[in-house]
Write a protein that binds this ligand. Structure first.
Ligand code: G3P
Ligand code: CA
Length: 240
C-alpha cells in the first residue's frame, strides 16, 4: 500500500508549504498530495482553502488577490513560530522540488467551489512542460474538471474524489471518465468500494492518520492512503 504525504507532511509542518514539501521530499515514500487554486492574475498557487484566513496572517479569497498580494502574507506562523515567513507556494515551485525526486504527485484541482476558468489547461500544460506526466494523478471533487483533464491529456491519470456513498462507483467513474477513485476514510470499507478494489482499479483513501485504520485498509487491499504523518506511517507500515 502506497503512502502519500497529505498537503505535504502537514501534521509536522504547515500544510501546503514549501517546508512541508521539502520534508515529504526527504522521505522514501511513494508520493505527495497538494491542492491548487488560481489567483486573480492567473497564477497557480498551492493552498487548500478558497480563502487564506485559516493558514496565514491575512484574509480574503485567493481568487480576488494577485500572487504579489498573496506573497505579502505569512503562511507559516499560524502553525508554529518556527515556520514564520513561509510564503504561499506556486504550483511551479512545488513541482520543481519533486522534479528532483522520484515521488508520485497528486495534484488536486480545487475548482469545486469556484470553477476557475482555464485552470485545467494551465495545470496540464505545466505538468507536460516539466515532463512529469507519468508521475502525476490529477484529482478533484469537481468531476467536470476531471473530465476536462482526460479530454485534453488522455495519458495523464485522473481520479474522482468522493466523500459519500455511491451505489455503483465503477459505473459512475466510467461516466466521467476517471481512472481512479479517491475516497474519504469513513466510506472506504463499504461493500461497493471493496468491489472496486477487487477489480484492480486504483482506490486511494484520505485522510488516514491512525495506524489502526492503515492496517485495516491494507487488509482490504486499497492502493494507497493519504496521511498528514507520512514519516510515522512509513515507519509503522515498514515494521509490520
Ligand atoms: O485528495 C485527498 C484529500 O486531500 C481531499 O480532501 O479536503 O483534504 O483536500 P481535502
Ligand atoms: Ca487535498
Amino acid at each position: 500500500m502506497d503512502i502519500y504525504a497529505h498537503r505535504g507532511s502537514s501534521g509536522t509542518h504547515p500544510e501546503n508549504s514549501l517546508a512541508a514539501f521539502h520534508e515529504a521530499a526527504r522521505l522514501p515514500i511513494y508520493g505527495v498530495e497538494f491542492d491548487v487554486h488560481l489567483t486573480k492574475d492567473g497564477e497557480l498557487v498551492v493552498i487548500h482553502d478558497e480563502t487564506i484566513a485559516r493558514t496565514s496572517d491575512g484574509k480574503g479569497f485567493v481568487k480576488d488577490m494577485t500572487l504579489a498580494e498573496l506573497r505579502s502574507f505569512d503562511f507559516g506562523s499560524w502553525f508554529s513560530d518556527e515556520f514564520r515567513g513561509e510564503l504561499i507556494p506556486t504550483l511551479y515551485e512545488v513541482l520543481e522540488i519533486f522534479s528532483e525526486t522520484s515521488h508520485h504527485l497528486n495534484i488536486e484541482l480545487k475548482s469545486d467551489i469556484f470553477p476557475y476558468e482555464g485552470m485545467v489547461g494551465e495545470v496540464v500544460a505545466m505538468v507536460q512542460k516539466m515532463k512529469l506526466d507519468a508521475r502525476v494523478v490529477i484529482s478533484s471533487f469537481d468531476h467536470e474538471a476531471v473530465r476536462a483533464v482526460k479530454k485534453i491529456a488522455p495519458h495523464i491519470e485522473t481520479a474522482a474524489l468522493f466523500m459519500e456513498v455511491l451505489v455503483d462507483p465503477l459505473d459512475y467513474m466510467r461516466t466521467i471518465p476517471a481512472d481512479a477513485l479517491h475516497i474519504s476514510l469513513p466510506y472506504a470499507a463499504r461493500p461497493s468500494m471493496r468491489k472496486v478494489v477487487e477489480t484492480g482499479v486504483a482506490v486511494r483513501v484520505f485522510t488516514v492518520n491512525e495506524v489502526k485504520y492503515a492496517e485495516a485498509l491494507r487488509k482490504i487491499g486499497v492502493t494507497a492512503l493519504f496521511t498528514d504523518y507520512p514519516k510515522k506511517m512509513m515507519i509503522h507500515l515498514n515494521r509490520k
